[in-house]
Design a protein around this ligand. Sequence first.
Ligand code: SF4
Length: 289
Amino acid sequence: MRYEGVVYRPPSEAYSLIVQLTVGCAHNGCTFCTMYKDKTFRIRPVKEILEDFAEGAARYGDRVRRIFLADGDALVMKTEELLEILSFARENFPSLGRISSYGTPGDILRKTKEELTRLRKAGLELIYMGAESGCQQVLRSVNKGASRDEIIAAGKKLKACGMEASVTLISGLGGRKLLKEHAVDSASLISEINPRYVGFLTLMLDEDAPIMEQIKRKELELLEPQEVLEEMRLFLQHVHSEGTIFRSNHASNYIALKGTLDGDIPRMLAQLEEIEKEQRFRPERFRAL
Ligand code: SF4
């Protein structure tokens, strides 16, 4: 298997076979993200990708249950090429269950419903879509490359085509100034999309992240754990998304919660109260990206 640079994957893909379809991220412009800053974006040739799959099949064969298509936005590839790769994976991994990838809102919106439906039928079941925030002002300030309306449209389009969506939000991205707007607008964004999964990360930055300039100029103030808790409480008080599975179990989070964004909200709010009373936050030294 050939890998170029650091390869990132969602926490839930820890046991997946990972194959890079692209190197880097085509947008590569979000001011908080340094994941692919050292990579020049390119789409790998299909022949090379299939060679990697063939090697994975020879090595791990029927032990592979899940495949994750990396890097930042594999969905940017041409549909016909993706279909060829998905079909090869289906044929060569007899125990294969789920295939997933990251997808930016732009990638999703650029594909027609027919294309997404064909990809779903070929086995691409789950797309991890970084929304980061539901607040338009925050999205603009971090150069997300997609508006709130586009993110909602992309999430709904995935669902309409039978794909599951896992939407990521970043706690603290609005800083102190936009804490409330970030929480409440993110809640309404999730309520509108009603995705299968929602994952919360908490803002953690490399010194090289472009957003550091805003922080140095004090235009954005990082949140203390107590403020992150208040933001989370506001989010939970305003969201209603039937059946959506919510997790804040990423290593960057001060607070770990898990539950559905309808029935489990009262329990998670009670958990927040307990955490607040005991000031039981993940210590800074144990946080990681
Ligand atoms: S779209 Fe995702 S991977 Fe690309 S720069 Fe933004 S956060 Fe990073």
